[in-house]
Design a protein around this ligand. Structure first.
Ligand code: AHM
Ligand code: MG
Length: 336
């Protein structure tokens, strides 16, 4: 019989491989994220109903104010982490400034970044969305988190992952020892190990990008896309185009099938669209842990030094061969 592994057990076993004397905080932090995933997943599943009930003056039948789903997801994570003492501070896509744990609350040795509901423009049409998270160890001394604790390079991440609210809810995470996926069994309310040691097939089965940006790309970016579509050497290998417009869903599919996701800089997004600290870095860590790669065209994503918490970056992520090929095109090396 196949062994059943809950996410809590898996997280604890992973922490034991990282440290001889684990404090439990790291495990608790990830377990708390899995708990948030269940709560947010419940709201996402009811999204249409909440909207319906909230139409008159944004008050539902219980007299509660109806929040936008991304605010609700944001509040869920903020509230889940502001008191248990695992972190010293957090930064969210929905918060302009960093959120520090105040001195009257217990403070821990980790820093949490998250995008509470990525791709939320897809919510109204019932398309999959996700939560992305990234964890760093605090590096400054004393209990207060300082800006230096937030402005980091992705190589310093100690864990990263995402939750996808799709036909089922899945949480996928890495602590630097492979990438593991868990599917929520709604009947028992537990995430169970369903995808152990995910590796990205090193072939470009899927090309994912918003091709309406084609005219805004540079010649070299266009040349790369044309190459994938029309001029591949292994022209009998089948590449198909798929783009949801929800990073978590696009990344998840490409990680399982093999392929490349691109949101490079363009005339409208001169620095790229996606955010380095809570979108690109976690995906880059997952991609590398699964045997893939991530770049902005010049630099490995995980080497980029953050200078502000909402910094944007170009992101090209997926199977290693095509990411490296993109770098060659971008740097004008593909002809040499
Ligand atoms: P969001 O954080 O405001 O939801 O925006 C990020 C999303 C990503 O999920 C997705 O990859 C990208 O924006 C899609 O952008 P576009 O609509 O320009 O193709
Ligand atoms: Mg986002």
């Amino acid at each position: 019989m196949k062994k059943i592994v809950t996410i809590n057990r898996h997280i604890m076993e992973q922490e034991r491989t990282l440290s001889d004397k684990p404090s439990g905080d790291f495990s608790n932090l990830l377990t708390q994220m899995a708990f948030c995933a269940k709560l947010i997943g419940r709201y996402v599943n009811k999204a249409g109903l909440v909207d319906l009930l909230g139409k008159t003056g944004n008050v539902n039948v219980q007299g509660e104010r109806v929040m936008k789903l991304d605010d609700l997801a944001n509040q869920t994570i903020l509230r889940a982490f502001d008191h248990p003492g695992y972190i010293a501070g957090m930064a969210s896509e929905e918060e302009e400034d960093v959120v520090l744990i105040p001195p009257h609350r217990p403070r821990g040795k980790y820093i949490l970044f998250f995008d509470p509901l990525d791709g939320s423009s897809n919510i109204d049409v019932n398309v999959s969305v996700g939560t992305i998270f990234s964890i760093y160890r605090k590096i400054t001394s004393g209990p207060d988190a300082k800006m230096e604790d937030f402005l980091r390079r992705g190589v310093e991440q100690v864990a990263a992952g995402y939750v996808i609210y799709g036909s089922s809810t899945m949480m996928v995470y890495t602590t630097g020892a492979g990438v593991h996926g868990f599917t929520l069994d709604p009947e028992i309310g537990e995430f169970l190990l369903s995808h152990e040691n995910i590796t990205i097939p090193d072939s470009c089965a899927v090309l994912s990008c918003n091709e309406t940006n084609y005219s805004n790309w540079s010649d070299t970016q266009r040349a790369f896309i044309d190459h994938i579509k029309f001029k591949r050497e292994d022209r009998y290998a089948k590449t198909t185009g798929r783009y949801i417009g929800s990073l978590v869903s696009d990344f998840h599919r490409n990680m399982l099938y093999g392929g490349i996701f691109l949101y490079p800089e363009d005339a409208r997004h001169p620095r790229g669209k996606l955010r380095l600290l809570y979108e690109a870095n976690p995906m880059a860590m997952l991609a590398e842990q699964a045997g893939g790669a991530a770049t902005d065209g010049r630099t490995r994503t995980l080497e980029l030094q953050a200078k502000e918490i909402h910094q944007r970056t170009a992101l090209v992520v997926g199977n290693r061969r095509e990411v490296e090929l993109y770098e060659k095109f971008y740097q004008g090396r593909h002809l040499t």
